[in-house]
Design a binder for this molecule. Structure first.
Ligand SMILES: C[S@@+](CC[C@H](N)C(=O)[O-])C[C@H]1O[C@@H](n2cnc3c(N)ncnc32)[C@H](O)[C@@H]1O
Length: 264
């Protein structure tokens, strides 16, 4: 019997065929097994690459338009996100709801006295948000806008909420989006952000975001005050079936725009 210790270099097909103690048949079996393992390893690597690519596929406007024209999408719930409700006492003054969808979070804060503007790039969603505001007698402004053009705005807000939007962007678009957020947030203002976390298993829904990605993306000109594990609330039919029980595992981040631009 050959006992290999930890210093033994990786085995190759040649090593196996050279071991004299193996008979012809044994040798063939070992080589076949070795080649099979190589194929399996390559297949797994390829699969890993495909899964990684799928996991960062950005979600475009057509995808969201379609989502709003079919059955209610997973995120369209009749209540504000619990993570936002939990910090509501910290949010006063003007508020931008970035990618507001049909406006539940925006309307919650407007009803509490904030001056709220919600925007989304899907006109149907904005129309529904505006109708809800009218039905409930709540004053709020809803606009059709693209989050990748925030740099063109000339208004600034005390607070921004982002509930499920940051995670729809590719790395490149996320960088542009974050620059836009900085443009529309007052110095010292805070961003309250909920996104899918990398602890959420599977590939359903948007890309998964790691804590490190948040720190990396909000490095310059921002202070990441906290990033805590949370859940993104979804419709009951998706809760615990398509996603983890309690809603997809999420990060809830509170991020402050620095009051001054630090000089290089
Ligand atoms: C997961 S939904 C969340 C909706 C809402 N914030 C909520 O929590 O119910 C993401 C929203 O972001 C919007 N969105 C995605 N990319 C956008 C962009 N580039 N500009 C504006 N809205 C965008 C989508 O239309 C959709 O309404």
């Amino acid at each position: 019997m050959v006992v290999e210790d930890y210093r033994t270099p990786p085995v190759t097909a040649g090593d196996i065929t050279n071991k004299r103690m193996l008979g012809g048949e044994e040798r063939e079996t070992m080589v076949s097994l070795f080649l099979l393992c190589q194929h399996v390893r390559e297949a797994l690597l390829l699969q890993g690459q495909c899964l990684k690519r799928m996991a960062i596929t950005p979600l475009d406007q057509t995808t969201f338009q379609n989502a709003y024209s079919g059955e209610a999408p997973a995120w369209e719930i009749p209540t504000p996100q619990k993570a936002l409700v939990a910090v509501a006492d910290q949010i006063h003054g003007t508020l931008l709801d970035s990618g507001c969808g049909t406006g539940e979070n925006a309307l919650f804060f407007a009803a509490r006295g904030c001056t709220v503007t919600g925007y989304d790039f899907v006109p149907d969603a904005i129309q529904r948000a505006a109708s809800k505001a009218q039905e409930r007698g709540i004053a709020a402004t809803f606009l059709v806008k693209d989050g990748l053009t925030l740099g063109d705005w000339d208004e600034q807000f005390d607070n921004i909420i982002d509930s499920g939007v940051f995670h729809v962007f590719s790395d490149e678009d996320a960088a542009r989006y974050v620059m836009g957020l900085a443009h529309v947030l007052k110095p010292g203002g805070r961003l309250f952000l909920i996104c899918f976390s990398d602890a959420e298993p599977g590939l359903q829904g948007p890309r998964r975001i790691s804590k490190q990605m948040l720190h990396d993306r909000f490095q310059e000109g921002w202070t990441v005050e906290s990033v805590t594990p949370s859940n993104y609330n979804v419709r009951p039919e998706y809760d615990g079936s398509r996603y983890s029980a309690g809603g997809p595992k999420a990060w809830f981040a509170i991020i402050r725009k620095k009051s001054f631009e630090s000089k290089p």
